[in-house]
Ligand binder design. Structure first.
Ligand code: ATP
Length: 430
């Protein structure tokens, strides 16, 4: 450890089944190079003599099954080798899932549907990524279902999505996101509108099942569902709902015995519930840290990564050319509800929004919903259940001129005119 490695880096020699963990300091970059042996980052293999760059705040583990040496250069907050990792247990989980896929192939059945659950900061997303990468490396085509509306690995925050995985995640940039199926949720915690959250979970399950009927590889590949860290009360109920909507076969519970026992008790007996330890390397992230990474995700959507830059467009949109909605009316006391209406209806109601200055900086989803059909009372069917085709940010509102300026990935005009407002704001500092 800590021996100079030419090109100004520090060399680390790793024995088999150990990992090098490091964090990149704020405002810094770190370069990683594999010098000898074989190694992987969250299931994606490293190439020899290629420089990988990690940005500020990255928390990385370089794991080796066979032993390797790597070099690190740049400012790390911490960098140490750990021999104590749960990787063998994670690999066993993968092996069991692969057996289920083989059996599915043989018996013309469907492959495993797996839900990964646990409190915040136990490495749920990392375990999902690992299982997906290992599966895809064996030629499988698993689907990632991303239900973590706070920290989505697929799309901007405030969305729920599904993505067919065709190659291991990129070591530096994560999943290459081609044509994910994305739904608008609108906020970073399921608790803001749990009815909508559950409804969208069901939508995703339905679409996934339809795809499995048409596509044998997708069916055999199964899915890995990443969930939110909210595991109590309605958050717990949402997990139970998800298990039933997707008809999951396996639940991997990270780190929490209580949650494991509750799920064992509440899920049908044929669901295999497995408790797995969390990795000591998983770093707790502060509220601020989460906000920064959400912001980064939105910035990436508009501006791209280091390797691929996008050039977003700014243009004016006339109020009269779009319809802006918020999903969910503020809840009112039961006694005030119109006859025959329940609180559920208010949570799933499309509420027209009159654009005002307070719309500035909000992220809006552009809905793919059919434009024509407008029902009675402005309550349009299909919008909630329709995926979104993209996002824009309102950068300015001129109420006098009745126009707003937006930041958009594509030039004008907007592809669709139904916009859904998110609680999430993005300030474009360029
Ligand atoms: P959330 O609470 O957002 O749902 P989570 O449980 O999904 O979080 P992850 O996002 O998987 O947790 O992991 C949290 C952070 O820890 C990530 O930045 C990840 O890169 C890092 N991390 C995970 N495993 C390791 C490890 N073995 N060594 C170092 N860092 C790790």
């Amino acid at each position: 450890e800590g021996v100079g490695a030419g090109s100004g880096g520090t060399r680390f020699d790793l024995e088999k089944e150990t990992e090098l963990r490091f964090e990149v300091e704020a405002g810094e970059k770190v370069h990683l190079e594999l010098l000898t042996g074989l190694a992987e980052v969250f299931g994606s293999e490293l190439n020899r003599n290629k420089k990988y760059t990690f940005g500020p705040g990255s928390k990385i583990a370089v794991f080796t099954w066979q032993g390797c040496s790597v070099s690190l250069s740049g400012k790390t907050e911490v960098a140490y080798i750990s021999k104590d990792t749960p990787m063998l247990l994670y690999l066993n989980a993968h092996t069991a899932l692969e057996q289920m896929r083989r059996q599915a192939e043989r018996d013309n059945e469907r492959g495993p549907r797996v839900m990964v659950v646990g409190p915040t900061d136990v490495g749920k997303s990392t375990v999902c990524r690992l299982l997906l990468s290992y599966a895809v490396r064996l030629g499988r085509r698993p689907t990632l279902v991303e239900l973590d509306v706070g920290q989505s690995g697929v799309s901007v925050p405030g969305t729920m999505s599904a993505l067919c995985i065709e190659r291991p995640a990129d070591v530096e940039e994560g999943y290459s996101v081609q044509a994910p199926l994305v739904y608008h949720f609108g906020s970073t915690t399921p608790g803001t509108n749990i009815k909508l959250y559950n409804k969208l979970t069901s939508c995703l399950a339905e679409v996934f099942s339809l795809r499995c009927e048409e596509n044998r590889k997708a069916s055999v590949g199964g899915c890995i569902i990443n969930t939110c860290g909210w595991v109590k009360g309605s958050g717990y109920q949402a997990l139970v709902h998800c298990a039933s909507a997707f008809q999951v076969d396996v639940v991997l519970v990270l780190d929490q015995e209580r949650l494991y026992n509750e799920l064992k008790r509440d899920l049908p007996h044929f669901v295999r519930v497995v408790l797995l330890p969390k990795s000591g390397g998983v770093v707790e992230r502060s509220k601020d840290c989460r906000r920064v990474s959400r912001d980064e995700k939105i910035r990436e959507y508009f501006y791209g990564f280091r390797s691929v830059s996008f050039f977003p467009h700014a243009f004016d949109v006339r109020f009269s050319d779009v319809r802006i909605y918020k999903i969910g009316a503020p809840s009112i006391p039961d006694s005030c509800l119109p006859l025959g209406m329940s609180q559920d209806d208010t949570q799933l109601k499309l509420v027209p929004v009159t654009p005002g200055r307070d719309l500035t900086h909000h992220v809006l989803s552009v809905s793919c919903a059919d434009e024509g059909e407008e029902g009675a009372g402005g309550l349009r069917r299909g919008v909630l259940e329709s995926p979104v085709c993209g996002f824009i940010v309102v950068t300015n509102v001129d109420t006098q001129a009745q126009v707003m300026t937006v930041l958009s990935p594509a030039p004008r005009p907007l592809p669709r005119h139904t916009l859904l407002i998110m609680d999430i704001r993005f300030i474009d500092l360029k």
